[in-house]
Design a protein around this ligand. Structure first.
Ligand SMILES: [Fe+2]
Ligand SMILES: [Fe+2]
Length: 325
């Protein structure tokens, strides 16, 4: 019998400083050797993609430096009124661990700490970068963000079970599929063809992408994040969320986001009613990939995560609106 009392533990290698060389993930880097003209178009698109606003880069620099002060962070954020307001609103949600109401930026920084502020700023920056994508019947952008949010939520639930900084994983889940948006913007016709050829639960999207444009949204997303100089854990989570077992070095972020993605596809949206046989198969696949990547899930754990995810989807639905605002 499976012992479900034991806490989930990551048995893979783990490094605090994540020395994995991000450049190895970069599509841009590997394009030098590629003959595929579509990859060249994508690569050029990523290179010409707007940089993150300077305030975001400034905040990232400050939050990454342990010697930075709250005053420096306030000075960096304050001139950007929209970001200032968004941080206050998001800080006041229970989701980001609010213990009491915060009414000023200083209070928010003191209560949440640098790492949570970094999480909020990064997530908001990604949403803002893709704000102008128009709704489309073949690819409803609202559904895309709902799936992303659900994946973030699932990643938070799993990482919480591992006693990890769960909002770091929430962000990784939230942005895991942004490579799809890059494809949509760079080559809309190919993107439509990919959608038409993909499985309804989009688990085989990668195959269609590879066939049609020569690369999957995982690599493409990680290339954009590399260009934006996102933290390495996030770059790696996005780059290997479909094949966490292939991630070099520490696989914790990729395997959690991989599992979160699969769990989020198992939530019964009206058009996606999973039957129990499907669910069992899917859980077995997750357990198998988890083992290869250093995490020992079992059926009871996955069932519990899925139940928590269904409850969380309802409880936390307002958070998505804060990011979309
Ligand atoms: Fe994906
Ligand atoms: Fe996904």
């Amino acid at each position: 019998m499976i012992d479900t009392q034991l806490p989930l533990a990551y048995t893979g290698s783990k490094s605090k400083h994540h020395l994995f060389p991000v450049s190895r993930l970069s599509l841009i880097q590997s394009m030098k050797e590629s003959e595929n003209p579509k990859i060249a178009v994508l690569s050029a698109k990523i290179k010409s993609f707007p940089s993150l606003p300077s305030v975001v880069n400034h905040v990232l620099k400050i939050t990454a430096d342990p010697k930075s002060t709250v005053e420096e962070l306030i000075r960096a954020i304050s001139p950007d009124l929209a970001l200032h307001t968004a941080i206050l609103k998001i800080s006041n949600s229970a989701f980001f661990g609010r213990m009491r109401k915060v009414s000023s930026l200083k209070q928010a920084l003191m209560v949440l700490g640098f790492s949570e502020i970094q999480n909020i700023v990064l997530s908001k920056a990604v949403f803002n970068s893709f704000k102008n994508i128009r709704p489309d019947s073949l690819f409803p952008i609202r559904k895309f963000w709902e799936h992303s949010f659900l994946c973030g939520l699932a990643a938070k639930i799993i990482s919480h079970d591992l006693s990890e900084e769960s909002n770091d994983f929430f962000v990784a889940g939230l942005i895991h599929d942004i490579g799809k948006l890059v494809i949509l913007m760079a080559m809309p016709d190919d993107f439509r063809m990919i959608i038409r050829q993909s499985d309804p639960r989009s688990l085989h999207t990668i195959d269609a992408e590879t066939k049609i444009i020569g690369a999957g949204h995982d690599r493409i997303g990680s290339s954009l994040l590399t260009r934006w100089m996102f933290p390495e854990n996030l770059v790696k989570a996005v780059g290997f969320h479909h094949q966490p077992e292939k991630a070099p070095g520490d696989r914790l972020f990729p395997v959690i986001v991989h599992t979160a993605n699969r769990l989020s596809h198992m939530i019964p949206f009206p058009e996606n009613k999973s039957d129990s046989k499907d669910m069992e198969n899917e859980f077995s696949n997750i357990i198998h990939t988890g083992k290869l990547s250093g995490l020992d899930f079992n059926l009871k754990m996955l069932t519990r995560y899925r139940e928590e995810l269904i409850a969380g989807k309802e409880q936390e639905k307002d958070i998505l609106e804060l990011f979309l605002a």
